[in-house]
Design a protein around this ligand. Structure first.
Ligand code: TGC
Ligand code: FAD
Length: 392
């Protein structure tokens, strides 16, 4: 990829809504992405390799558990700080943000929120430092949008449970030491378990041939009579609200992250439109190109306002799952539309690795599907405003 010349758009002077601490955190994540991610990300994607060497730096910029209390190794920061870090990471690449949001929202969050004190002390500091990486097993081959139908199950075996079943499409699974797994007990109640690499019968085959999120490792979790000690069961939650509660946190982060990808596409398209000449003038002088750019900055600005307000509500514990769902749907769709338009502004160059556009666009095709598909989020808003359930 060419040199990273990213300049973040801030059309409505939204920096004025951030504290000095927010700006420091955002700027240090931004600088880290420019120095460590931008130079290697295109190559990692082309090779379909997760750049493992970035784990240490991700921990150092506070990307693992930013809002987890300091006593457990987290950053003790607020929700807007978390959002800003996710925005900057996804500006680099959705796969890098994915790694961090799984670790923070889908592994550290449930252990912190639903775990025992012993579980918090054993796992959280090592997850915060990146010494251990985690993954989150909810989706199954036959149960994606409908996780309540899961068939992965546990059976009582004295001081252990016996875990059987399979999860698929699991980010970070091929290298994770720890998996937070959701399974039904003998009464059909969903429980959360911490499954550790090395437990007999537990394997994590990698999923290959993805055209999207190529710098993020995705795989399965296969459980063949795995004996999991009862001390690894998350004691403080039962039912589908357990995993869905984690998704609220991850979807919130994604709603910020998507803005990062959109900003990168817009910034690249704006610069290209000023530099690229056709018919004797910069293509940015043509009305059709200006329409695209004007719509992009409008949509980015609206998304920034939406997430900032959501961050305020989340800091006050007032953000509802449906509000978070709306921001995830709107912002990811917005980013994908911008990536497609930016690709056109770059002409043929837009399909090459010289520019980040095609990579963002392909990544966003996963982001619009995971953490609840675009259509599932439409139905969540539909149900929230009408009171009618259109899922079944
Ligand atoms: P439903 O009957 O509506 O609810 C069951 C129970 O859960 C409660 N609940 C929630 N609790 C917390 N947060 C939420 N967002 C919640 N939504 C519902 C609800 O109150 C109820 O509680 P209780 O106490 O009455 O039992 O459930 P349903 O079976 O009808 O399903 C609803 C639906 C479709 C919205 C939900 O299942 C859903 O969101 N489906 C999408 C699945 C999804 O998002 N999967 C994501 C997998 S993880 C992933 O993709 C990681 S990618 C990570 C990365 O790389 O970045
Ligand atoms: P399906 O549920 O089969 O949906 C197929 C289509 O049907 C979609 O368009 C959907 O919107 C539509 N549909 C489904 N139900 C309805 C309905 N009631 N009404 C209208 N339309 C409907 N999962 C994890 O647990 N952990 C992870 O770390 C993780 N990482 C992922 C990483 C990647 C790269 C990808 C692609 C996925 C990941 N997922 C993960 C899984 C992801 O959450 C699911 O793919 C997603 O929830 C959708 O499930 P599905 O793919 O089975 O699609």
């Amino acid at each position: 990829m060419a040199t990273d010349r990213f300049i973040a758009p801030d059309y409505y002077l939204l920096d004025e809504l951030l504290t000095e601490e927010h700006k420091l955190i955002r700027d240090s994540a931004r600088a880290w992405v420019k120095k460590e991610v931008s130079p290697i990300i295109e190559d990692a994607c082309q090779k379909a390799e997760f750049p493992k060497h970035l784990i240490k730096g991700l921990a150092e910029v506070g990307a693992f558990g930013p809002y987890i209390p300091v006593e457990y190794g987290g950053g003790g920061l607020d929700q807007i700080s978390y959002g800003l870090i996710m925005q900057e990471l996804e500006r680099g690449d959705s796969g890098i943000r994915s790694t961090a949001s799984v670790q923070s929202s889908l592994v550290m969050y449930p252990i912190y929120t639903y775990g025992s004190e012993e579980q918090r002390k054993k796992f959280l500091p090592k997850l915060a430092s990146g010494e251990w990486m985690g993954c989150f097993g909810l989706t199954e081959p036959d149960h994606g949008s409908n996780p309540g139908g899961m068939v992965t199950n546990i059976k009582d075996d004295g001081d252990h449970v016996i875990l059987n079943g399979a999860k698929m499409w699991i980010s970070n699974s091929p290298f994770a030491q720890v998996a937070v797994v959701w399974a039904k007990d003998e009464e059909g109640v969903i429980r959360g378990l911490i499954v550790e690499r090395g437990m007999e019968g537990f394997t994590t085959p990698e999923t290959h041939n993805k055209w999207s999120l190529r710098a993020s490792a995705t795989g399965e979790l296969v459980f063949d009579n795995v004996r999991v000690p009862k001390e690894n069961i998350l004691p403080n939650v039962k039912g589908l609200k357990g995993p869905l509660g984690c998704l609220n946190s991850a979807r919130f982060g994604i709603s910020w992250g998507a803005i990062g990808a959109a900003m990168d596409c817009y910034d690249s398209a704006l610069r290209y439109s000023k530099e690229r000449q056709q018919f004797g003038r910069p293509i940015g002088g043509f009305q059709l190109q200006q329409k695209k750019l004007a719509e992009m900055i409008t949509e980015i600005t609206k998304a920034q306002l939406l997430t900032w307000r959501l961050g305020v509500l989340k800091n006050e514990n007032r953000a509802t799952p449906a509000q978070i769902s709306m921001a995830k749907r709107n912002n990811v769709n917005m980013a994908l539309e911008i990536a497609r338009e930016a690709r056109q502004i770059h002409g043929g160059m837009g399909i090459t690795g010289e520019y980040p556009i095609m990579r963002h666009m392909m990544n966003l095709e996963s982001v619009i599907t995971y953490e609840g598909t675009h259509d599932i989020h439409l139905l969540i808003t539909g149900m929230d405003v009408t009171g009618e359930n259109a899922f079944t």
